[in-house]
Design a protein around this ligand. Sequence first.
Ligand SMILES: [Zn+2]
Length: 173
Amino acid sequence: MSKVVFLDRDGVINEKAAPHDYIKNWKEFTFLPETIRAIHLLNNHGFVVVLVTNQRGIARGLMTMEDLNIIHQNMQTELSAHGAHIDRIYVCPHDKGTCHCRKPEIGLFLQAQNEYNIDKNHSYMVGDSVTDIQAGKKFGISTISINGFNYGADYDCSSLMEAAEWIIREEEK
Ligand SMILES: [Zn+2]
């Protein structure tokens, strides 16, 4: 079975866009401190690392799926230059209320479940918004909030590195 760490993207891996805006191209994508190291650490501890990201800017016509793919290709290139990788990327490109995959719905998690035999007792969702935590709980895995608001998450910290270190400690218990 696979131990999976689900990561939100904006605000977890990279700096968030301004309110009501989106990361529309690679120039607008900036890794948060230590996120590459944190992903590397999770890779090395045997976790499958997957991205689950709402990208409503596509439904709103502010960017295309191709624009998003180019951002993700660049992100993976940068990660691999440091020996890290994200195993799979699941995107909800839809508008609010029009699908079953936009978090807090769990369609993206179910897509992952189609591809991996997920050990939910050893899997985690790391996010910076309440919808991430709600989705992780609904899917039945541990949840970690990294923006200083707990939202009822199992653990509350301030960076992906702190989240990764906590996950590894939990697994060593
Ligand atoms: Zn969707």
